[in-house]
Ligand binder design. Structure first.
Ligand code: SAM
Length: 368
């Protein structure tokens, strides 16, 4: 109820709030936002959705393999994980690393105080020498010589939503009607229209009518914080998403926003308690690439989750899972194209040219 009151109060200031403002409040409002709430749990049994690090340690183990391989080409001393969720990835990462490959520091940048508490509880169970490597820092501190992991972070960065009807573009906003929250279509401002037209120019086609789509204007500042403040980094972005042509596919008429509660998609979000469900939006990877290029950041590879994991020898790593059916179910979820295998993409960016860096996985950079 508290969050609902805050949303109403914010709407009263201007008569409406934009979707990115709503998403920001729903997920991150201190104390009441979804990720800040005491109830939010990442354990598959109690969660609203499953992320790959929570599904099985073999996922993190394959990232450790990539990290270890990368150390041959780059001077990597530290690891930085954005948004560490329950702390599961940090836990498995440090446990799996050979002592010679252990990072000097394992930094975590987590914007939610409640999650930091949960992560500390979990990570304290690591042996003391490993726990001592972990430092929670705020996002004004981005370390150098660092392997950076952003697993399902960009999809949780608040995004704007637009709609085209009768050849006119609108921004999807939230207003109050008879005391209830409802969606409204507001006229697009000129900055947003400019952005939409530049997308149409790049696509070389007009977006169709009766079409809803997202543009994330906040991802750039998240990336610039890394690009401008870190030196010698290898950034690994993992998320579901598409290259631009597919992101704005004419048949995806309702955009990519998803609301999840108890492992089910929900639609009528205003009939649920505000702050009690997850909100996520797929990533437009071409946009990430453009931002990187503008800042002279090199793109090393863009591939699918299944390509990455198979090349890190996940089938071998999976042998540690007891029980054939358990093992098969985990592998299916991670690798099948209709599950995470192709919906999730892996993107590798760096500020340094890594001369001998060879990726063995199939590369889709040309699609960006
Ligand atoms: C979908 S969860 C993913 C959690 C975890 N990485 C995993 O894969 O299980 C999104 C996480 O991103 C965090 N987050 C969102 N924006 C962030 C930012 N700008 N900096 C750091 N963490 C952020 C949230 O607090 C939350 O922990």
């Amino acid at each position: 109820m508290e969050l609902l009151k805050k949303i109403h109060a914010k709407i009263q200031q201007n008569g409406f709030i934009t979707f990115d403002e709503y998403m920001d409040m729903s997920l991150y409002f201190p104390k009441y936002g979804y990720y800040n709430s005491e109830r939010t749990d990442f354990h598959p049994k109690n969660s609203d959705f499953i992320t790959a690090p929570e599904l099985s340690a073999i996922y993190t183990n394959s990232i450790v393999k990539f990290y270890t391989d990368s150390k041959k080409y780059k001077n990597i001393e530290n690891v930085l994980e954005f948004g560490a969720g329950s702390g599961e990835m940090a836990y498995n990462f440090l446990k799996k690393c050979n002592s010679k490959d252990l990072p000097t520091n394992y930094f975590i940048i987590e914007k939610n105080a409640n999650l930091i508490k949960k992560q500390k509880n979990k990570l304290q169970k690591l042996p003391k020498n490993l726990f001592e490597k972990i430092n929670w820092v705020d996002n004004s501190y981005v370390p150098e010589n660092v392997f950076i992991i952003a697993n399902e972070i960009l999809d949780a960065i608040p995004s704007k939503i637009f709609h085209k009807e009768d050849n006119k573009f609108y921004e999807k906003c939230i207003i109050e009607e008879k005391g209830n929250l409802v969606f409204s279509l507001n006229d697009c401002n000129s900055d947003n229209l400019k952005e939409i037209h530049s997308i149409e120019d790049r696509l070389n086609r007009k977006l169709p009518n009766s079409y809803t789509f997202e543009i994330n204007m906040r991802i750039e500042s998240f990336l610039l914080n890394i690009f401008k403040n870190s030196k010698n980094f290898l950034l690994m972005i993992i998320d579901y998403g598409y290259h631009e042509d597919e992101f704005f596919h004419p048949q995806r008429k309702n955009g990519t926003v998803q609301f999840y509660k108890n492992h089910k998609k929900i639609n009528d979000i205003f009939s649920f308690q505000q702050g009690s469900f997850d909100i996520s939006i797929s990533v437009n990877f071409s946009n990430i690439y453009r931002i990187a290029k503008r800042n002279s950041i090199e793109l090393y590879s863009f591939t699918t989750q299944s390509e990455f994991l198979l090349n890190m020898n996940i089938l071998e790593l999976a042998k540690e899972i007891e029980g054939n059916s358990e093992r098969n179910n985990i592998l299916k979820t991670l690798l099948f194209p209709t599950d995470m295998g192709e919906n999730f993409k892996f993107m590798f960016l760096s500020d340094f040219i890594i001369k001998d860096f060879k990726s063995s996985f199939k590369d889709y950079r040309h699609k960006l």
